[in-house]
Design a protein around this ligand. Structure first.
Ligand SMILES: C[S@@+](CC[C@H](N)C(=O)[O-])C[C@H]1O[C@@H](n2cnc3c(N)ncnc32)[C@H](O)[C@@H]1O
Length: 227
């Protein structure tokens, strides 16, 4: 568990100060339990960045607040969360960051002229059935700019005891408390994600982001050939 450290991190969470208590608690827990500051370092400093499955959008806003040269868009299938995310931007000055949120049905990936410089998933793909996951990643690879990156953060299936804790928690969130929308509950390993990316022509790299966390956080970065 880690608190927000950078000024951008504190500002992103600060956008939720006036929000309903449940959203404030949710975004804070999310921040303390996910390695957002390490994940942000994987994202290009400039260009068009898409986050798919942004939820409340605290990470999306953080990405945008960390570099003024980024144009960041967050999309999610959950309309309520997108409304809350849009509401959080009311406190943001226009000179602080370029960020917006859109509700999109599952499988619908927005496009941008020249392609996305990065498409990011943070703890989303375990909510899709394997065939939907591979279709979605293929679609994302197709709409990346040459040299663009597909960045997928998930909890790995190893080490096993850490993975079991994370999987049980996600079972509670999706099936019991129903605070997360999704069609399935199927945890891909880092190796599975690498295979999917390489089959779409991306060159891959895996990094572990779990130092200091209970969950086996990892990120798989796939780069599209080109310059
Ligand atoms: C665990 S939350 C993570 C939210 C955010 N990425 C974060 O890190 O705080 C998973 C999110 O994925 C969204 N989601 C599930 N299936 C999706 C899909 N097929 N397309 C887009 N978003 C999806 C859910 O609505 C939920 O907001």
């Amino acid at each position: 568990m880690k608190p927000p450290r950078s000024a951008a991190a504190k500002r992103a969470l600060g956008l939720w100060k006036q929000a309903p208590r449940s959203s404030r608690v949710h975004t804070s827990i999310r921040w303390w339990t996910a390695p957002f500051e390490a994940l942000e370092l994987e994202i290009p400093r400039a260009g068009n960045i898409l986050e798919v499955g942004c939820g409340h959008g605290v990470f999306t806003s953080f990405i945008a607040l960390s570099s003024r040269s980024r144009n960041v868009v967050g999309v999610d299938i959950d309309e309520e969360k997108i409304k809350l995310a849009q509401g959080s931007l009311q406190g943001l000055r226009s000179d602080e960051a370029t960020v917006s949120f859109e509700h999109r049905p599952s499988g619908e990936i927005p496009t941008v002229g020249g392609g996305w410089n990065a498409i990011v998933f943070a703890d989303v793909l375990y909510l899709l059935a394997p065939e939907d996951r591979s279709r979605l990643l293929a679609e994302c690879a197709a709409v990346l700019a040459p040299g663009g990156v597909l960045i997928v953060k998930e909890v790995d299936t190893k080490p096993r005891f850490k993975a079991r804790i994370a999987q049980f928690q996600e079972f509670l969130a999706t099936k019991v408390m129903r605070i997360t929308d999704g069609d399935a509950l199927d945890f891909p390993s880092a190796a599975d994600l690498e295979m999917l990316m390489t089959s779409n022509g991306l060159t891959t790299r895996v990094a572990r982001l779990d130092k200091g966390y209970f969950h086996p956080h990892c990120v798989v970065v796939g780069t599209k050939v080109g310059s």
